[in-house]
Design a protein around this ligand. Structure first.
Ligand code: FE2
Length: 390
């Protein structure tokens, strides 16, 4: 067994009444005057009010976090926190809110005056203790469980990926009330993002036995519950299961890494402004077909969880990896028919005009390094060009 490290310090509170624990947990962590971070949409659709319904503490709220947050927003929030002498952070939202909160937390706990001072994350040591809670409202990014945050620096025109175990949340609350009214297409897109986290975590070169356990649990929960959620979006049990799957997939990839689907997907998002989960839905199958010769055995193992025990038992070892990819293709088509989830790169207008730019960006993405199979420029062109099918 190879040397590995695994970090997950976050206490998970999951269930249909998890949010009712928020006030008690604030007391347990000595949080008496929190700064709550969220976005305007969550206030509009009443998810924010559901989350704070049981909070009987004084608090202040910052809700101007956009989809693509920046270091300037992080700085504004840090100033607000200090000006009001808050003593804890509660982040309510999807990836952008949770990642912004991690940036705020890092600046406060590391006691730095500028975000630039925490770049060079490999040198970070444990900072000041600040109670730090997450309430995720999408079942996809798994940000509530990861040591990763993506925050843009508009001055340099780049998205910065910050990785540090010292910005993990203390407590994450997973309650189906936060995802119950997510539109079906968003649900499908986020779920495929989580599924991709799990599959890439299980098959990339950074995998380890502990991340494998989280990845497999995530895959099982997704396969067992996605159809029920799509046909009965009001089903709290299944919504909860997908949210727990997303958390598990986050734990898995935060401790192993991802791979080529994310490498090309990040570039596709940056160049063509494709939502992250949609990019995953378009790239997962072509990328698995590209990886297949190198990941044959691992893809074959996943058939047990993706296709079920009967299909696994009646499929010869030789054919299991193909069957796994076939099952994922079928799932994507079903989601496409019901939710209009885009699953083909052909749905991107003028893709061929952007291929050079996408390939350039993808090849510089850190996720490519841990892809189990070596990837070169022509491989990315082939995937984008449909050589591995759409
Ligand atoms: Fe992702």
């Amino acid at each position: 067994m190879k040397y590995f490290e695994f970090v997950n310090k976050t206490k998970l509170i999951a269930g249909k009444h998890a949010l009712e624990q928020l006030n008690y947990q604030c007391q347990q962590y000595h949080m008496t005057y929190p700064l709550i971070l969220t976005d305007e949409v969550l206030i509009e659709v009443n998810v924010y009010s559901q989350c704070i319904k049981h909070l009987s503490l004084p608090y202040i709220t910052y809700s101007h976090i956009p989809v693509d947050s920046s270091i300037h927003i992080v700085q504004d929030i840090v100033n607000l926190y200090k000006d009001n002498n808050c003593n804890g952070i509660i982040a309510i939202g999807g990836g952008s809110v949770l990642d912004t909160a991690k940036g705020v937390y890092l600046m406060l706990s590391q006691e730095v005056s500028s975000f630039e001072n925490i770049i060079g994350f490999e040198n970070l040591k444990k900072g000041k203790d600040i109670p730090f809670f997450a309430i995720p409202t999408t079942s996809g990014t798994g940000s509530e469980a990861t040591s990763v945050a993506v925050i843009s620096n508009p001055d340099k025109g780049i998205k910065m990926e910050i990785i540090s175990e010292f910005m993990q949340f203390d407590v994450a609350f997973i309650d189906p009330k936060t995802t119950l009214n997510l539109p079906l297409k968003t649900t499908a897109s986020c779920t495929i993002d989580a599924l991709t986290h799990a599959i890439e975590a299980y098959t990339c070169s950074g995998k380890n036995p502990v991340s494998d356990a989280y990845a497999i649990t995530a895959i099982k929960l997704i396969v067992e519950n996605i159809h029920q959620v799509i046909h009965h979006p009001e089903d709290k049990e299944s919504r909860l299961a997908l949210a727990v799957a997303s958390y598990n997939a986050g734990c898995a990839f935060s401790n192993s890494m991802v791979g080529i689907v994310h490498g090309i997907g990040h570039a596709l998002g940056a160049v063509c402004h494709i939502p992250h989960g949609d990019a995953m839905s378009m790239l997962l199958v072509p990328s698995m077909k590209f990886n297949k010769d190198q990941c044959k055995d691992l893809y074959g193992e996943l058939l047990l969880y993706i296709g079920g025990s009967e299909l696994y038992a009646r499929t010869s070892k030789e054919k299991r990896s193909d069957k796994t990819i076939e099952c994922i293709e079928t799932l994507l088509h079903q989601l496409h028919i019901i939710t209009k989830l885009p699953i083909s790169l052909l749905s991107i207008d003028d893709l061929k005009n952007y291929i050079d730019e996408i390939v350039e960006k993808a090849m510089n993405d850190g996720a490519m390094i841990v892809n189990e199979k070596y990837v070169d420029y022509q491989d990315v062109i082939d995937i984008l060009g449909g050589y591995y099918g759409y």
